[in-house]
Ligand binder design. Structure first.
Ligand SMILES: Nc1ncnc2c1ncn2[C@@H]1O[C@H](COP(=O)(O)OP(=O)(O)OP(=O)(O)O)[C@@H](O)[C@H]1O
Ligand SMILES: C[C@@](O)(CCO)CC(=O)[O-]
Ligand SMILES: [Mg+2]
Length: 402
């Protein structure tokens, strides 16, 4: 049996980092996906083995299922229907298990985290069955577009679907979307995975990736740690075209979240005001993009407001300490063309979004893109509103055969 799942990445229009501290954030899915294929049984030459092939980083690793049983059976007592957190002690044991066979990951702790997530989700949801799991993504990894969330959501989706917990029709060959309860279960498991990669996530990325939809999501972080926050869906009443520029400067979301928390601990009152200001920005942004626009002039006015709010949010992100010289270069380059930009996701490098007003000519888009590419960056126009988590039973070989 082969189960394939896919889940999209996201952009955050406002509120990253502050959302971890209880502020509102506005985000939407984009049409770039991570795919997971899970096959039982594994190939005949590797019986009794669990194989993980991470195509994007050209890494294939495997474990005899008996070794997994021996190392983890007393630690993993979860059932597929009850998402459970991986304790710090279990993370340690799984990390040791990963490193004992694959010493190459010792110096690549960010990749080791993805493998730990896999083993935690796999053994919690599927137990110790031999299988082959392949992951392939259209998203740039570690760049602010929510690759970690898309990985966790597509992984939990494939595992839950193959375990029968999502009650899907195994004979269907179409992409199947999920009902509310099924989405909730997959999202909660994905959040447990995201905790391993992000340390202290707000849950916005996995929620957007699970739900997708053509709307934006206003997500309010839950200050009571380790719980998903509250979410409302808003329909934009204006075109919102975004240029995404990848600075290609690598960074690690977990370290950036920790950096902001340390700054908050050093300046609690000041940072409280910064997070409160971001909360106002997200709420104003949400009401602006939702408000009705009777004509082109109204759209232009709303675009000016959105641009100003993006600029203010960027200023506050800089104040949190998560901007970067490469991000500032993108901002000043787009500013020459009278366009407004801000970082998206965790910052520290990664991706920047630029609002492309509805009446902007194609020649300006070409010129700004060319100038950004001359700086060594890569730009593309995002299709906002990717579909959320979907499952299919076989038949997507083109994605995995590369
Ligand atoms: N396709 C994939 N294959 C293997 N690991 C992946 C994949 N996608 C994501 N990951 C894991 O997620 C990590 C990147 O997550 P990180 O949170 O730092 O960045 P991001 O999610 O792309 O950006 P942001 O959190 O700012 O939106 C990688 O180092 C790896 O551990
Ligand atoms: C930086 C952050 O706010 C968004 C990362 O895409 C982290 C999170 O909310 O989990
Ligand atoms: Mg992430």
């Amino acid at each position: 049996m082969e189960v394939v799942s896919r889940a999209p990445g996201k952009i955050i229009l406002s509120g990253e980092h502050a959302v971890v501290h209880g502020s509102a954030a506005v985000a939407a899915a984009i049409d770039l996906y991570t795919y997971v294929s899970l096959t039982f049984p594994p190939p005949p030459h590797s019986p009794d083995t669990l194989i993980l092939h991470l195509k994007d980083i050209e890494l294939e690793i495997s474990w005899p299922v008996n070794r997994l049983k021996e190392a983890l059976s007393s630690m993993v007592n979860a059932t597929a229907s009850s998402p459970t957190s991986c304790s710090a002690e279990t993370i340690k044991i799984i990390t040791t298990l990963v490193l004992e066979e694959h010493t190459i990951l010792e110096s690549k702790t960010e990749i080791a985290a993805a493998v730990v997530v896999f083993l935690w989700l796999y053994t919690s949801i599927q137990g110790n069955k031999p299988a082959r799991v392949v992951v392939s993504s259209e998203l740039p990894l570690g760049s602010g577009l929510g690759s970690s969330a898309a990985y966790c959501v597509s992984m939990s989706g494939a595992l839950l679907a193959s375990s029968g917990s999502l009650h899907l029709d195994f004979n269907s060959e179409d992409w199947l979307s999920l009902g509310e309860k099924q989405q909730k279960l997959a999202n909660e498991w994905a959040f447990e995975g995201e905790k391993i990669i992000h340390g202290n996530p707000s849950g916005i990325d996995n929620t957007v990736s699970t739900l997708g939809m053509s709307c934006f999501i206003v997500y309010t972080g839950n200050l009571i740690k380790l719980q998903l926050g509250a979410m409302t869906c808003i329909k934009p009443n204006m075109p919102l075209k975004m240029l995404i520029t990848n600075t290609k400067v690598g960074r690690d979301t977990k370290a950036l979240i920790a950096r902001v928390s340390e700054r908050r601990n050093r300046h609690p009152d000041t940072m409280k005001s910064v997070f409160a200001a971001v909360d106002y920005i997200s709420n104003e942004l949400a009401s602006t993009i939702q408000s009705s626009s009777s004509n082109d002039l109204a759209v232009v006015e709303k675009e000016k407001k959105v641009e100003e709010l993006m600029e203010m949010n960027q200023g506050l992100l800089q104040c949190m300490g998560v901007s970067h010289a490469s991000i500032e270069t993108v901002i000043s380059t787009t500013h020459k063309y009278k366009l407004s930009s801000k970082l998206t996701g965790a910052g520290g490098g990664g991706c920047v979004i630029t609002l492309l007003p509805a009446l902007l000519s194609a020649s300006v888009v070409d010129a700004v893109t060319a100038e950004l590419e001359q700086c060594g960056f890569q730009s593309y126009i995002a299709g906002i509103g990717g579909k959320g988590l979907e499952i299919r039973f076989g038949g997507v070989h083109d994605i995995f055969s590369i």
